[in-house]
Ligand binder design. Sequence first.
Ligand code: PLP
Ligand SMILES: N[C@@H](CCOP(=O)(O)O)C(=O)O
Length: 462
Amino acid sequence: MQYISTRGKAPALGFEDTMLSGLARDGGLYVPETIPQMSADDIRAMHGLPYEDIAYRVMRPFVGDAFTDEVFADLIAKAYAGFGHDARAPLVQLGSGHFLLELFHGPTLAFKDFAMQLIGQMFEEALTRRGDRVTIVGATSGDTGSAAIEAFRGLDAVDVFILYPHGRVSEVQRRQMTTPVEDNVHALALDGTFDDCQARLKDMFNDFDFRDGVKLAGVNSINWGRVLAQVVYYFSSAVSLGAPDRMVSFTVPTGNFGDIFAGYIAKRMGLPIDRLVVATNQNDILHRCLTTGGYVTDSVTPSISPSMDIQVSSNFERALFDAYNRDGGAVAQLMDELKAGGFHVSQGTMHVLREHYDSGRVSEDETLAMITHAHNHMGELLCPHSAIGVKVAEEIKDPSVPMVTLATAHPAKFPDAVEKASGLRPALPERMADLFDRDERMTRVPNDLAKLETLIKDRIAS
Ligand SMILES: Cc1ncc(COP(=O)(O)O)c(C=O)c1O
Ligand SMILES: N[C@@H](CCOP(=O)(O)O)C(=O)O
């Protein structure tokens, strides 16, 4: 299996090099050259299997010869052993034809753990075999950062630097990143937005002296391994609702477009998915683009769903690559236009995008009202991100097709908003009960590439 860049100019790589290198050297994102197919019988055979077995069957064709069958199965087993629910990604029924996929039973209480725990295992295995080490730099609006730190803390072969927007993540999210004591963990509070963090990260990848000098690696959804691991729960949930003999739709609270793009990959592999619905908060560039064709950046407005406070949605580039018939030159041109403020998608491309994706936008008041309603009438305490998904799904769902909404984080990560809407302050799990008593350690950093690179180089040299 080879991976190619969405901008068409970087060398094709195998799975392991794709995973370890992050952004392609032409600035694009890696995607598989071909999408492995699952027949109806392959999908039917997943009925009743443990999550780990489904994960193995779904991901194995993408991994090629990077790991032997035995090693890959073992890495999957280790990745999910620490989850707090036997089903790993349990489905609960919310109402008629509407199901919630709980993706928050991992160690840091958000869906990011599904991919990050596995990536942590795969990095460790590959780096040990190569006798190599890397510097991971990640950008986070709150959840990727804590999941990455949890997956890589204490590993000899890795230093992990996380850029988060100062003052724009919840206190639980911040403390999850600033309280780990391991020397290889560096939490950096950047003066700016998540978009600034992600832009500086991509700048670092595009500065080849820095990139090669520190052996830069990425664990944002820039990294194909992140998207791949998220494909699995589309299969596990659809199969438990009757796939391949029944269509299923998904609504996905969306920011960087990685999670919903994983759903698109599942569909391309043969999973009978009817609609993939993008649910955004007031930072709604994706909803605007999918309804008007204009992908025009706006300033980021802080919200009660901070993990989705994103206006430059990294993985949308992967969706555009397919919608433009895999024309890397066309995508590179759009990305140049984006630097100047935005672009407009052609009519033909809009048609292709609308074949797969619907969208909806939810205001702050509507989010709070949905948390209240779900608590009072659906028996669920939702985090604000999941509430946005449920609200859009309720508006858009077709009674003849089961709808699955992805619950992307545990309500206890956002206790203020949840308490305001429901009157209940959700408690953290026992193992995190002392989170607010632990000492914090972070460095305030400016939104300045040269200064960030110097800090990172100095830290790994010391
Ligand atoms: C809790 C939560 N929900 C939803 C999202 C959106 O996911 P994605 O960026 O993959 O679209 C994120 C992060 O981006 C998140 O942390
Ligand atoms: N919401 C994310 C933003 C980064 O997304 P990623 O999927 O590209 O890592 C976060 O919580 O950090």
